[in-house]
Write a protein that binds this ligand. Structure first.
Ligand SMILES: Nc1ncnc2c1ncn2[C@@H]1O[C@H](COP(=O)(O)OP(=O)(O)OP(=O)(O)O)[C@@H](O)[C@H]1O
Ligand SMILES: [Mg+2]
Length: 391
């Protein structure tokens, strides 16, 4: 009868077409069971539940094993890599990673992104952080929009420089109960920031490792528009982060937002959900205006198979408060936009139920699934969303 070793040897011919390595080398073979009458059960761990190459594995694994002596049938089962295993896989693939301990006390990292500019990412990030704080969470905001930083203004923070601790860590500024860090604190007001490539990478890495966030339930990262350098770098540095996609309701915006989703997929980040912004608003007399069309958020969420976390209407106070530096959700929680953002905050809390610290960033011992010392993957910790199945 065929041995486990022979089966693993045969499985090493099964290549993950995206990662271009064998599933054995990638530690994706979760179990091999040799049953009676030559029936073999193989379980393969996928990187994401919606893994587009599942069908390929199904066929390739069955073929590889069925050819072995004494094998009558091969059942192929699938499960999904835990976050710890996925992070370890990403490190194995030589992706960038942060030094051990950086962000270890941050439980959830959410990158707020969009395909294009001006859809309200920063306004939503600032208000969502404040709304999470109202729900009793410890929240930080990192303004990663190195070219158009706007978070300091939205929190009423001028050009104050954050203090540095005796351990030479930068301490975020506190504003309205939220810890805030922005590239805007380190450059002259309105000075053009012309960072590109390696310099940009270095600045972001430094931000992530040199800021003393302390214990946080949520770190919200306000991304620059598009799917460029910053988003890619962050995604690689933070394999445990989840993506929240902001879109406006019209179909063209949705198409652009889909590109952000494809980028998230490319770097294997989970998409936690979609927020539709600038949805229709109602006048006090009940008249509705859908300035930017309707339904785009729902359509995008359905297409990506992730939740629509909320539809935030256009309201004048949301814009005015952003300009004045006071998150609207704190000043007038009954404003329709504020109500919608509070709803999004509660949805996010429901999707990220565990208060566990994020993965310790340590190297996995060769052959081990999860990094040493990592919390055991919890069965409750289901991925909050799915990556985009590529066409
Ligand atoms: N729901 C809304 N109602 C009213 N005004 C809004 C709403 N959402 C955003 N705005 C306003 O729209 C403008 C653009 O928003 P914001 O700066 O948040 O977008 P952004 O996606 O971060 O832009 P960029 O891509 O340039 O970073 C701001 O003036 C903001 O106050
Ligand atoms: Mg912005």
């Amino acid at each position: 009868m065929t041995s486990r070793e022979e089966i693993l040897h045969a499985l090493s011919s099964v290549i993950d077409p995206e990662l271009r390595r064998s599933i054995v080398e990638l530690d994706m073979v979760r179990s091999v069971e040799i049953g009676e009458n030559g029936v073999i059960d193989v379980t393969v761990s996928l990187t994401t539940p919606g893994c587009p190459v599942r069908g390929h594995f199904q066929k390739a694994v069955a073929e590889a094993v069925s050819g072995l002596e004494g094998v009558s049938h091969c059942n192929v089962y699938f499960d999904v890599l835990s976050e710890a295993q996925r992070a370890s896989l990403q490190r194995k693939l030589g992706r960038a990673s942060l030094p051990e301990g950086a962000l270890a006390q941050v439980a959830n990292i959410l990158c707020i992104g969009s395909g294009k500019g001006g859809v309200g990412k920063s306004t939503l990030t600032a208000n969502l952080a404040a709304a999470l704080m109202v729900e009793g969470k410890r929240v930080g905001v990192l303004d990663a929009d190195v070219w158009g930083y706007s978070i300091p203004r939205m929190y009423g923070l001028g050009s104050t420089r954050p203090p540095v601790s005796p351990q030479r860590k930068i301490i975020p500024l506190g504003a309205h109960g939220v810890s805030v860090m922005s590239i805007g604190f380190f450059v002259e007001e309105d000075a053009a920031v012309v960072w590109r490539g390696p310099m940009l990478h270095k600045a972001l890495t430094q931000f992530l490792q040199d800021v003393d966030w302390g214990e946080l339930d949520y770190l919200l990262i306000d991304l620059p528009p598009g799917t460029g350098d910053v988003s890619m770098t962050l995604a690689q540095l933070l394999p445990q982060a989840q993506f929240v996609i902001v879109t406006t309701p019209q179909p063209t915006a949705q198409k652009v937002a889909r590109r952000a989703a494809q980028m998230a997929h490319k770097v294997s980040l989970e998409i936690a959900g979609v927020i539709e912004n600038m949805s229709s608003f109602e006048t006090p007399s009940g008249e509705r205006f859908a300035l930017f069309g309707e339904g785009g958020g729902r359509e995008l969420a359905d297409e990506l198979d992730v939740p629509l976390l909320g539809s935030v209407p256009l309201t004048l106070p949301l814009r005015e408060h952003a300009d004045e530096g006071l998150p609207l959700v704190l000043d007038d929680p009954d404003d329709p936009a504020a109500r919608a953002i509070h709803h999004v905050a509660r949805g996010i809390i429901a999707l990220t139920p565990l208060q566990l610290p994020a993965l310790p960033l340590v190297e996995a011992p060769a052959g081990a699934g999860a990094p040493a010392g990592a919390p055991a993957p919890s069965p409750e910790r289901k991925p909050a969303g799915m990556s985009l199945p590529m066409a």
